[in-house]
Structures are given as structure tokens and as C-alpha cells.
Design a protein. Structure first.
Length: 446
């Protein structure tokens, strides 16, 4: 039986397709396609796999990089696999990612699937060679002790690049199975991180996002046991031409002093943090086996806002965890205001077989979970719209990521004229509740 455990999982548990489904499941001749579910780390690793598959000459193939954080994530993956086979009867279909690592037999048992690769095997170039005939290549992920640096030129069609600095997780939250798909925490050496970021900057990227499963656990396995803050300080010092550095997400109980000082003092470190909160009620946090309490999360956001007033916070929140009462849920609603959260990633609790939380007798009815998730999302939408309104009339620096679309330093989406990779100083002219509109300052001065 697959066992479960917590996943900070880049604090982005939301199931996502990276790209349109129809485009991703219709391979072009001799071009392997990768369909990505889940977190930013999966998106990064998909680019590594795409490069490895191309180098191996793997042509008419579709690779599904799955997520296991919720049952819905797996359901969507299986649905997409079946659809891909119907529409592409001659393609080679490979399934990998966390769901394949945790439960390889399920995917090997699908008639549509040609090969199943584990999370370690998916990053090895030899796994994609034509002579690789083993149908299931999945090892014991807990035996993996190192995380290699996988250099990519950037992510397709993006001005922002992701760099993996850490993998795995040593914690044991009761609701999460992902670390049994990712293994124990292991870090990429600082020199390798610097080398990758320098190469990306030389390739034209203006923003780099440091990503991993639990990146605030960075460093104890490396010589000298550097902290995440020490690594970030060295990175910024050794790559002075990098305009913008972003940290994907953090565990609020693990922020080290170096990282705190960098947030306070370093303008190139973006004022936007995504927090792994999960809940706002102390009893639920204890039952989740989280390592922080409500007051500690509030204290951290207050402390950071005091030294960086423009900082913007997002958070992951789970609605309907077992034993959660309406009063407990209201504490989670309340922490959105008390922490001043702007970006919410909300998930109704999903049982994962083998996790301690799935065995708790007092499960919240699924309809109630969904309703609480809806209420949280509505509050999140209100908070987000209010933040956008607060920026109207302000001057912002925007990185254009796609033609006419970019992000502020606080990660707000902006519609502005510009080419991908442009860094523009703009005046915010309005909002439609979903994104800002802006004009370059150069135009305003003309």
C-alpha cells in the first residue's frame, strides 16, 4: 500500500495543465509532447524531459507528468491519457510523475500506456532511448540521496525561468502522500544553482524562480549546511545581472535570518511570498501535523510587512479537513484577513489512501468540503480584486511574459504593450477585477 505524507510540494497543490489539452495531445511529427499536471517543479521537470526525449530521438510520443496530491489530479490524468490514446493511436504514451511513482501498477495496468517511469528515472536521458524496453522503471524513491542540477535554457514561451534547488520532504503532515513520490529532502549544491541561473541570464531571462518541494529545508545535506537565505545571498552576489529573483513558496516556520534580511534589504528579491499555511485553526493544524500555529503565521506576515511594506502574500488552504467544524473553518476564513493574504490556492480536502488523515473517523461530508472551499475562494477573489484596485494610479515595474501580458513585482497580472522579456516601468491605469491595465511611463511622458 502506498503510504502518505505531507507535501509542501512547492506550495502549489492546484491541478494544472501546462498548455492546452488539444495541443498537448496531438504530437507533431518527431516532436515529443509533454502534458504537465501539478506544481511548478513538475513544469520545470517537464522541460528537462522534453529536452531529454528530443536528444534521444523520441518522436511520436506523449509524456504525461502526473500529480498525486489529490484524487481529482489523478482522475484528470487518467482521463487525459485515455483521450490521448483515442486521438493518437500510434503514439508512444509514457506516464511519469508523482502518481506514477506512488502507484505504478495502476498506470501500468492501463491498456493505453506503453511505459511507466518513476520520478528519478524520468530525469535520466537514457530512459527515453528507443532500446529502453522495460515497461515499468520505478525505483524506491527513498533510496535517492542526491538531486542533480538539470540545466534548461528556460521554459517554453516564458520570460520567467524556474530553477530547481531542492527536492523531496522530510516532514510528515497527515494529509499528504507526495513525499512518497518525491523521497527525502535533498539539495542542489550552491555552485550548481549559480551556474544554472547565470546561464539563464546569459540566455536573456530577466526573472528566475527558485523552486522545489520544500525549499525552506534547503541545505542541511550539503557541505557546511547552508541555509536557503545563505544560498540566495550568494546567488544574488555572483549573478549581479539578474534583475529579478522570486522564491516560489516557503514554510512559514522555517524562514532563516539571512532570508529575512534579504527580503528587507534586497530590491532584486521580489516582494511576493507564497505560504504553506493549509489552515487557520490550531487544532486542525495539530491534526494535520503542521509545525506552526496560527499566531506564528500571523506574526511572520506582520514582521515581514514591517520591513517590506509592499510585500504581497499568497497561501495554500485546505477546506474540510477531517474533524473541521464550522467554527474551526471560520478561523481559516479569519486568517486570510489577519495575514493580509492576496492570492489563495484553495483545495477541498481529498482523502489519499494510506495517509493518516484518511483514517480519521470524523470525515467532513464532501458537499460541505466543496461549499467551504467555495466560500474561501470567494473571499480570495474579493481580496485579490481589492489588491488590484489598490494599485490603480501606482507606478510599477512589469516583466512582460507574453505579448501584451506581464507581472508586477508583487505578481499581479498586467495587460501592457510590450514584447516578452521587456522590463517596463508603467503607470497602472485600471483593473477589470482579474488583471491590471497599464501604460509604459515612456508613453505617458511623450
Amino acid at each position: 500500500m502506498a503510504r502518505g505524507r505531507p507535501c509542501h510540494h512547492d506550495r502549489t497543490h492546484r491541478v494544472q495543465f501546462q498548455g492546452r489539452v488539444d495541443a498537448m495531445t496531438q504530437p507533431r511529427p518527431n516532436i515529443p509532447q509533454v502534458v504537465t499536471f501539478g506544481c511548478r517543479l513538475n513544469a520545470y521537470e517537464s522541460e528537462v524531459m522534453r529536452n531529454n526525449a528530443l536528444a534521444a530521438g523520441l518522436g511520436n510520443a506523449i509524456v504525461f507528468n502526473t500529480c498525486a496530491v489529490t484524487a481529482e489530479a489523478e482522475r484528470q490524468a487518467r482521463q487525459a491519457i485515455r483521450k490521448a490514446r483515442r486521438e493518437n493511436p500510434d503514439a508512444r504514451i509514457i506516464v511519469t510523475g508523482c502518481a506514477a511513482q506512488v502507484n505504478p501498477e495502476r498506470y501500468a495496468g492501463m491498456a493505453e500506456v506503453d511505459q511507466v517511469l518513476g520520478n528519478e528515472e524520468k530525469l535520466r536521458p537514457e530512459s527515453f532511448l528507443a532500446e529502453t524496453t522495460e515497461r515499468v522503471l520505478v525505483n524506491d524513491i527513498m533510496s535517492v540521496t542526491e538531486t542533480a542540477g538539470h540545466l534548461v535554457d528556460g521554459l517554453t514561451d516564458r520570460a520567467r525561468a524556474f530553477v530547481q534547488v531542492q527536492n523531496g520532504c522530510d516532514h510528515r503532515c497527515t494529509f499528504c502522500i507526495i513525499p512518497y513520490g518525491r523521497g527525502n529532502s535533498r539539495s542542489v549544491p550552491m555552485g550548481e544553482v549559480v551556474r544554472q541561473v547565470r546561464a539563464l541570464v546569459e540566455n536573456g531571462y530577466k526573472e528566475v524562480v527558485l523552486t522545489g518541494v520544500d525549499i525552506t529545508s534547503y541545505g542541511p545535506d550539503l557541505p557546511g549546511a547552508p541555509s536557503l537565505g545563505q544560498m540566495v545571498r550568494r546567488l544574488l552576489a555572483l549573478v549581479p545581472d539578474l534583475p529579478r529573483l522570486r522564491i516560489s513558496s516557503i514554510d512559514c516556520i522555517e524562514m532563516d535570518d539571512d532570508l529575512f534580511r534579504l527580503i528587507a534589504e534586497e530590491p532584486r528579491l521580489m516582494p511576493h511570498l507564497h505560504l504553506s499555511l493549509q489552515a487557520g485553526d490550531d487544532m486542525i493544524l495539530k491534526r494535520m501535523k503542521r509545525r506552526h500555529m496560527r499566531a506564528e503565521a500571523i506574526a511572520l506576515t506582520n514582521r515581514l510587512r514591517a520591513v517590506r511594506p509592499d510585500i504581497v502574500f499568497g497561501a495554500d488552504l485546505i477546506a474540510g479537513f477531517p474533524t473541521e467544524t464550522e467554527e474551526m473553518f471560520r478561523n481559516t476564513l479569519g486568517i486570510v484577513e489577519e495575514c493580509g493574504l492576496t492570492y489563495l490556492h484553495v483545495f477541498p480536502y481529498s482523502e489519499r489512501e494510506g495517509t493518516p488523515a484518511a483514517r480519521i473517523p470524523n470525515q467532513v461530508p464532501k458537499a460541505e468540503r466543496k461549499d467551504r472551499a467555495r466560500r474561501l475562494r470567494e473571499l480570495g477573489e474579493e481580496r485579490f480584486a481589492a489588491y488590484l484596485n489598490s494599485r490603480v494610479g501606482a507606478t510599477e515595474r512589469v516583466l512582460v511574459e507574453k505579448d501584451g501580458e506581464g507581472r508586477t513585482e508583487g505578481f499581479a497580472p498586467v495587460a501592457v504593450a510590450g514584447k516578452p522579456g521587456d522590463l517596463l516601468d508603467v503607470i497602472i491605469t485600471g483593473t477589470d477585477g482579474h488583471a491590471l491595465t497599464a501604460r509604459p511611463l515612456a508613453e505617458c511622458a511623450a
